[in-house]
Design a protein around this ligand. Structure first.
Ligand code: ADP
Ligand code: MG
Ligand code: MG
Length: 871
């Protein structure tokens, strides 16, 4: 059997986008629905691929098929292609599976020539109209088929109008257009050395071929690459009878959405132009009128349009973007598709469609994606402005959002400038905990070093502040206060714009759109949580972050990092005193002070959480992170401690480690100085008892988490000591509460011996940052220097700190989960590393059977959604 390369509009359906292209499939669907669609047929994408594969010639089979379908069209329309009295005119419209705006053009009024144009004049009695159509054909055919620069035609039109002192195209009379047609035909001769083809069939075949070939033009190829569209789809070609919006004041053409694509508001939204054709509406030659004005001009047409577009929306069960034309007060539908929309509109429309009973919640959730959430939560640059912006450098998209501001190279300057009301951006080689006050006030944070789990990245994500980390191509000179990329040098006070969603830094300021539609998000995450198989908790410890996390849907805290609570000005002094203590006695005073601080924090946490789960991790980083760095700070500390600066410096040296990440940190600190953890545990238990005693919250079960455990022995020893502390409190307060003591799984050895550790641990939480660092042997802090090269050379598909390394780290995790479940299936296992907030990783983590993931507050909605979509 012959392969069928042509499908009549009456034969296809909307499911056939692959074969008929989006436009063709929807024209067929509308035809099936009995909408007023001008008759026509679609030449399939397969025909296109076949044409491109062979020697680029329309095969005789395809030629014959097209002719047969034209004959059918002629029967239906009672007109004939090339008929000198009543010519059939058609449009030739490209359309692939995915809409590629402006990629491949449309030719209108095909079939006109020197003879048929006169027939059209005769038939319509309107020379102005007929010659306008002809010149449009010459223009579009010249451009699309013969590659003649559109401007060649435009210039001549402008020249003609100014010669005649006309202001607009509507001043052009029949003779004017007729004269211009002659001029246009000369352009053909000049540029292509051939006359404009007069034979309508020849016009048609040339047009079809041009559309086929345009699949491989540079613009189209680039667009596909940018949007990840396969090159092997091909484009379909739609041949359709012309209807005329330029046939006087009772005709017109327009575009409309069934809901507002910017806000989602229900109701028809669009524009039209009277006496216009094709692209006139969008070309900006004349200002279109809002669709509402059609109501007064042509009430019946308006009503019919409302009814039918509503029908289309219900049929497609989504907001439609519709192109229509009115010829002599008769309405025609020329295109429909699911409308492109802003994130806000997408959320609104989904919620409305569920409320209207058109789609299910489950379907609504499938229609939301991560990008929309990001856009809803964080500002984004205005797309048109962004296109014009000049790129300064690229780095890692560490924390989404968009911001413009003036740059500063130290936290202190950033803070000062922001106090003066300036919008500031902090640029540093990398940030450290002391920079926190500068980071808090910054619109955006940029670092030249460090990866997706660097301090800057983690803190920025936590705060929901935009951040680009690891811009290795930028040389940041904090001393000279300048940042250099290529030959561009930025200095303190210069303005830049940072796109944390793409990791791009631009010169100058770019206007942005605020992301502030949290209620919409709450509805969607609420639905997503119904029946979710694994939980989502937050990595948070400050009241502000906890509130954000709860608002965004967290079911509790999966990781409260107690060291984050030590960085306030007063607290750091006490921590430093503790570190400098020479004996157990001098430890007591600073620990007591710290305990009070911690108790305040914990009380606030427990109160805010109202009984929701709360996992608190005891001190984790190496102590030297807390030590003074500058001479000034050392002198200050000397005054506070009665030690000399020399003694302090000596102690700092003593604490220096070759590999601090592998050194004296986490539970190892507690093995040498158990007093620190004992203080922390006492603070946790005492504040839980106090908050519970107030009677508002029924039960608080604190989960105490010990970091960096590698063996059962370590865990057992620490657990015993900490339980003694807890028992003492119970006796002293005459109160008993439930609590849990568990550990992180972040040392490969802990994963491999998890069944043993499970005997002494009430719960587990994977610390994927450290686990990845230790499994790969990639330093979290330095891997930015080489991971890029690994990716370029295809030695690594992706950064394992961004997306879980399923084969390596993932295998270890799976081993640990299986071992633990074997001992006790009811033990809770969570994940609190950065990959816990990464949708791709979540899909994997869900598969290996963790109970919950915990991530920074702003990543919670996307995490909840991912889990729902995987159900
Ligand atoms: P695009 O894919 O760029 O939107 P289309 O194929 O939809 O291109 O054509 C652009 C415009 O040309 C349509 O919106 C419509 O106004 C006009 N057009 C296309 N085909 C016809 C036709 N058969 N009759 C009248 N106008 C048409
Ligand atoms: Mg269109
Ligand atoms: Mg860790």
């Amino acid at each position: 059997m012959l392969v069928k390369y042509v499908v009549d509009f009456s034969e296809g359906s909307k499911e056939q986008g692959d074969l008929l292209g989006g436009k063709g499939a929807n024209l067929a669907e509308m035809t099936k629905l009995n909408l007023p669609v001008p008759t026509g047929f679609t030449i399939t994408t397969e025909a296109c691929l076949d044409y491109l594969k062979k020697k680029e010639n329309i095969s005789s089979d395809l030629n014959a098929e097209i002719r047969q379908h034209i004959i059918k069209m002629e029967k239906r329309t009672q007109k004939k292609l090339g008929d000198a009295l009543d010519p059939l005119l058609v449009s030739v419209r490209s359309g692939s599976k995915f809409s590629m705006p402006g990629m491949m053009d449309t030719i209108l009024n095909l079939g006109l020539n020197d003879e048929t144009v006169l027939g059209l004049v005769q038939k319509t009695g309107d020379g102005r109209f007929a010659f306008d159509c002809y010149r449009r054909l010459l223009q579009m055919f010249g451009d699309v088929v013969c590659g003649i620069d559109k401007n060649r035609f435009e210039e001549q039109l402008d020249f003609y109008k100014s010669k005649k002192r006309y202001h607009s195209d509507t001043d052009m009379q029949a003779e004017d257009w007729q004269e211009l047609v002659a001029v246009y035909k000369n352009i053909f001769l000049e540029v292509t050395h051939q006359a404009f083809p007069q034979n309508p069939y020849e016009q048609l075949m040339l047009a079809v071929e041009a559309v086929f070939r345009s699949w491989n033009n540079r613009r189209a190829v680039t667009y596909r690459r940018l949007h990840n569209i396969s090159d092997s789809l091909g484009t379909a070609v739609n041949i359709q009878e012309m209807v005329f919006g330029n046939f006087g004041a009772d005709s017109g053409t327009g575009v409309a959405f069934t809901r507002n694509p910017a806000t989602g508001e229900k109701g028809i939204f669009g524009e039209f132009l009277l006496n216009a054709q094709g692209e006139d509406v969008v070309a900006g030659i004349r200002t279109p009128q809002p669709i509402s004005e059609l109501k007064a001009l042509m009430p019946e047409v308006y009503q019919e349009f409302l009814t039918l577009s509503q029908l289309l929306e219900s049929h497609y069960r989504d907001m439609q973007d519709i192109e229509f034309t009115i010829e002599n007060r008769k309405l025609y539908f020329l295109q429909t598709r699911n409308g492109k929309r802003t994130a806000k509109s997408a959320f609104k429309v989904c919620i409305q469609l569920v409320e209207e009973g058109i789609i299910s919640k489950k379907e609504a959730l499938q229609r939301i994606n991560q990008t929309m959430i990001t856009q809803l939560l964080h500002p984004v640059f205005e797309p048109d402005e962004l296109k014009k912006a000049v790129v300064f450098a690229k780095g890692l998209p560490a924390s989404p959002g968009a911001a413009s501001g003036t740059i500063y190279f130290t936290a202190e300057q950033a803070k000062k400038a922001s106090e003066q009301g300036e919008k500031v951006i902090l640029i540093r080689q990398e940030t450290s905990p002391e920079d926190i006050e500068g980071m808090v006030v910054s619109e955006a944070i940029v670092t030249s070093r460090g990866g997706m789990t660097s301090h800057a990245a983690v803190v920025a994500r936590g705060m929901g502040v935009c951040c680009v980390a690891g811009c290795e191509e930028v040389y940041v000179d904090e001393f000279l206060e300048q940042a250099t990329a290529g030959d561009v040098i930025l200095r303190k006070g210069d303005t830049i714009s940072v796109d944390g969603t793409t990791g791009t830094i631009y010169l100058g300021s770019i206007p942005y759109i605020e992301g502030d539609e949290w209620q919409l998000l709450e509805t969607i995450t609420g639905w997503a949580k119904e029946g979710a198989s694994i939980g989502v908790k937050a990595n948070a410890e400050t009241p502000a972050d906890i509130k954000t996390a709860l608002k965004l849907g967290a079911q509790g805290i999966g990781l409260a990092r107690t060291e984050h609570m030590f960085f306030g000005e007063e607290r750091i002094v006490e921590i430093r005193k503790m570190i400098l203590a020479e004996n157990k006695e001098s430890l007591i005073a600073p620990l007591d002070r710290l305990k009070e601080f911690q108790k305040n924090d914990f009380r606030a946490m427990f109160t805010l959480l109202e009984g929701k789960a709360c996992t608190i991790r005891l001190l984790d980083p190496p102590l030297h992170e807390f030590l003074p760095q500058t001479e000034e700070e050392i002198i200050h500390l000397a005054n506070e401690t009665k030690l000399t600066t020399a003694e302090i410096k000596h102690r700092i040296e003593e604490l220096h480690e070759q590999n601090p990440m592998l050194g004296h940190r986490g539970c190892r600190l507690a093995v040498t100085t158990p007093e620190i953890y004992e203080m922390q545990v006492a603070a946790i238990i005492e504040s839980a008892i106090e908050v519970a005693q107030k009677g508002v919250i029924l039960e608080i079960v604190p989960e105490i988490m010990i970091p960096l455990i590698g063996s059962k022995e370590e865990m057992a020893w620490l657990r015993e000591r900490l339980e003694q502390t807890i028992q003492t409190i119970f006796v002293k307060t005459n109160q008993v509460i439930s609590y849990k003591i568990g550990t992180m799984l972040e040392i490969p050895r802990a994963c491999l011996t998890a069944e043993k550790i499970a005997e002494v641990s009430d719960f587990f939480s994977f610390g994927t940052n450290d686990l990845t660092q230790l499994t790969y042997g990639f330093s979290r802090d330095d891997s930015g220097k080489f991971i890029g090269a690994y990716q370029e050379k295809k030695l690594l598909k992706e950064d394992p700190f961004q997306h879980i390394d399923e084969d390596g780290v993932g295998s270890l995790m799976k081993i640990a989960v299986d071992k633990i479940r074997h001992v006790d299936p009811s033990i809770t296992i969570g994940v609190c590393g950065e990959v816990g907030g990464d949708p791709q990783s979540i899909r994997f983590l869900k598969k290996i059977g963790v109970d919950y993931i915990s991530c920074s507050p702003y990543r919670i909605p996307a995490a909840i959604l991912t889990i729902a979509q995987e159900q």
